[in-house]
Design a protein around this ligand. Structure first.
Ligand code: 3HC
Length: 286
């Protein structure tokens, strides 16, 4: 069943670079694309840094890291995806941009049995499937940040995704990448973010109302419930722009007030305070 040898990853941000890295480490040939050369260079640097971190932690040898890097090809040219068995899209959480990517992929990828996956956490897989001539081969494969460390993948078929696509994607995630798979219906937020995002937004509202400090909220959840990081440090890790986008999609889908992004989150994103990746969010990262 593990028949997927050539993978393409669209987007080399936090998630895309992690997805490319775990594939290269699993022995898969990977093509990575970005919209610009600087974004591509930043993605490559992120992967190199993470591989070195893995070496320092004793998770892989220097030789494994070098071999993984050799399996990665970086290009800004989408036509390099023509021979891919599986393409995973991991661009910004913007529906129209994702729809455009799937439309382009449909034209570029030549393999009739190729699977088109999205790492989205909130945009309907159905909308992405309908942008192609092959909705039966479109599926959500949602990873968690940091991708090399967290063992979970959410598998999200749309109403039109075929059984064979689901089985191939599941075999790939478990047998090749060594991840644990859970399945969710195609609803904004799937399982994990549907529970996690309202919790993160509630923590942001606590700061907004002067209820408690970021440090105390985080310490409370770390020491009181044994979470590895509190909600505000976790928001900084995920990226405040990403949380805003997921919250907006969930609000759009369910009209549940708890999902609506609080003004403090909106202002911070407007200010470019996006969390760890921009150097400042609820905390500073010098
Ligand atoms: C928003 C999206 O749609 C969905 C999401 O992504 S939601 C966000 C999900 N993510 C989370 O909830 C993250 C929660 N936080 C954590 O899990 C942890 O705090 C953390 C993994 C980020 C950091 O943990 P911490 O213990 O401080 O760091 P560290 O000790 O360096 O790393 C933890 C383990 O990962 C390993 N590791 C770290 N980086 C690695 C890398 N690049 N490659 C391989 N292994 C790595 C370490 O060796 C260590 O392994 P060990 O437990 O066997 O010793």
């Amino acid at each position: 069943m593990a028949d997927i040898q050539r993978v393409g990853v669209i987007g080399a941000g936090l998630m895309g670079s992690g997805i490319a890295e775990v594939h290269a480490r699993a022995g898969i040939d990977v093509v990575v694309t970005e919209v610009s050369q600087p974004a591509l260079d930043a993605g490559r640097a992120r992967i190199e840094k993470s591989l070195q971190r893995g070496v320092r932690a004793g998770k892989l040898t220097e030789a494994d890291a070098e071999a993984a890097l050799k399996r990665l090809t970086f290009t800004t040219d989408l036509s390099a995806f023509a021979d891919r068995d599986l393409v995973i899209e991991a661009i910004l959480e913007q529906e129209q941009a994702k729809v455009e990517v799937f439309r382009s992929l449909d034209k570029v990828v030549e393999r009739e049995d190729a699977i088109f996956a999205s790492n989205t956490s909130s945009i309907p897989i159905m909308k992405l499937g309908m942008a192609t001539r092959r909705p039966a081969q479109v599926i959500g494969i949602h990873f968690f940040n940091p991708v090399p460390v967290l063992p979970l993948v959410e598998l999200v078929p749309s109403l039109l995704t075929g059984e064979e696509t689901i089985a191939r994607a599941e075999a790939h995630a478990t047998e090749v990448l060594g991840k644990t798979v859970i399945r969710s219906q195609d609803r904004a937020g799937f399982i994990v973010n549907a529970l996690l995002v309202p919790y993160l937004l509630s923590a942001i509202r606590m700061i907004e109302s002067g209820f408690a400090s970021a440090e105390d909220i985080d310490r409370g959840m770390e020491l009181g419930t044994a979470h590895p990081m509190g909600p505000l440090r976790l928001s900084d890790l995920i990226g405040l722009d990403t949380i805003k986008a997921i919250a907006e999609s969930m609000y759009e889908e369910f009209k549940e007030p708890l999902y609506s992004p609080p003004p403090l989150l909106l202002r911070m994103v407007d200010a470019g305070l996006l969390g760890k990746k921009s150097g400042r969010g609820f905390y500073s990262y010098a």
